[in-house]
Write a protein that binds this ligand. Structure first.
Ligand code: ZN
Length: 147
């Protein structure tokens, strides 16, 4: 158990600061942080508060990334966007059969590719986008392969 209480020679409780981990003498029951550090009163308390505020600022963009969105407005070329969408759809697989509307769902731009080769007379194309190859299969399914 980590619950063992340390007491100083005056009977005051010695606690570990919730921010920096240093030990301090608890001058009242609710104190969780060093009363003073680097000559500044409640330094650790304010640092911890700032940390929590910061983590909230970070959390929202992280949720967006998990949802497949890029939160910042960095310029991304339409081709890079297509590759990112394919990365997301493929999720590490080397081959996957999807419905084309899955691409449009993510905002894929079918006019952005590296190469396009006609592979049959009935308007069938092999499309290269980054490391991916795409080919329309029977039943309007799109075969995506990597490498
Ligand atoms: Zn501290």
């Amino acid at each position: 158990m980590n619950d063992e209480r340390k007491i100083d020679e005056f009977g005051r409780e010695i606690r570990k600061c919730a921010y920096c981990g240093d030990e301090f003498v608890a001058t009242h029951k609710l104190r969780q942080f060093c009363p003073e550090k680097f000559g500044r009163t409640d330094y650790c308390k304010y640092k911890q508060k700032a940390l929590i505020a910061e983590s909230h600022l970070v959390q929202e963009p992280l949720n967006m990334i998990k949802g497949g969105l890029i939160p910042y407005t960095k310029q991304e070329s339409p081709l890079d966007k297509n590759i990112r969408i394919l990365d997301k759809i493929m999720n590490g697989s080397s081959s996957k059969l999807i419905l084309p509307n899955e691409l449009s769902f993510y905002g894929y731009d079918i006019y952005e590719f590296n190469e396009r080769h006609k592979i049959s007379d009935n308007e069938q194309y092999l499309i290269k986008v980054g490391d991916y190859r795409m080919k329309l299969q029977a039943e309007n399914k799109l075969l995506i392969t990597k490498g």
